[in-house]
Design a protein around this ligand. Structure first.
Ligand SMILES: Cc1cn([C@H]2C[C@H](O)[C@@H](COP(=O)(O)OP(=O)(O)OP(=O)(O)O)O2)c(=O)[nH]c1=O
Length: 213
């Protein structure tokens, strides 16, 4: 296990409440620094390269941000992540509108798609990253189901347009691989990165991270 003395030094470079909850779940003390990174795929960029680049850009932006703030002394690592769905080589991000949502759901209906999450830790001590894939199979979805789900408001801010941890669970027939990876952070792979960076987890009594000024 990493040295518990080296724990108060992690910034979560994310506005995602899911990621904050997952980090808290494994007992990592952290502060939150929201970053703004443009999510635009490059020409010929593979889904894996794309998701990893975004996670890196987020973690580096978080690290640069805290270096300029009063947290600089304490925060030596920044964690960024990005999640996408992939089916038939197409990348599924947050739905722009109902039409975009139904387009993505039709691609996933009654079959398997992949969810890729990239995590990256950036710090003065270096950079560690990983991309994790989970395969998710949906049951057959009809229009009434899609309309009902869209109207819950849950799909709008989620990659692929669903939340496996929420009402979207009813769409899922089976999953192969890490569950937390689908929600936004692959906790088992992240634990290994934290160990490499010397950041302790399983700290009891940790609270949701405060926002950096
Ligand atoms: C597939 C799936 C995605 N998601 C979420 C995880 C991510 O928050 C979101 C994907 O968008 P991201 O762009 O990865 O993340 P974000 O914009 O929410 O947050 P930030 O960039 O600030 O870190 O979709 C779920 O919550 N449940 C799911 O089942």
């Amino acid at each position: 296990m990493p040295d518990p003395e080296s724990t108060q030094r992690l910034i979560l470079a994310s506005a995602s409440p899911r990621r904050a909850e997952l980090l808290q779940q494994i007992g990592v003390p952290f502060a939150v620094a929201a970053t703004s990174v443009e999510e635009r795929r490059g020409v010929d960029e593979s889904p894996r390269d794309y998701v990893l680049r975004l996670a890196r850009e987020k973690s580096r932006a978080g690290f640069a941000q805290v270096q300029q703030s009063s947290h600089a002394g304490a925060a030596v690592w920044s964690l960024g992540a990005d999640t996408i769905g992939v089916v038939d080589g197409q990348i599924l991000e947050k739905p722009r509108d109902f039409a975009d949502f139904t387009r993505m759901m039709r691609l996933m209906s009654g079959r398997e798609h992949s969810v890729l999450t990239a995590v990256c830790l950036s710090g003065a001590g270096g950079e560690f990253s990983e991309v994790v894939e989970t395969r998710v199979r949906f049951r057959a979805l009809d229009r009434a189901l899609l309309e009902g789900y869209w109207n819950t408001g849950e799909p709008q801010d989620k990659a692929g347009g669903y939340g496996i941890q929420g009402m979207g669970a009813v769409l899922v027939e089976s999953i192969h691989g890490s569950y937390s990876n689908v929600v936004g952070l692959p906790l088992e792979a992240l634990a290994e990165l934290l160990e490499r960076a010397g950041i302790a987890y399983w700290q009891t009594g940790t609270k949701l991270g405060a926002t950096c000024p």
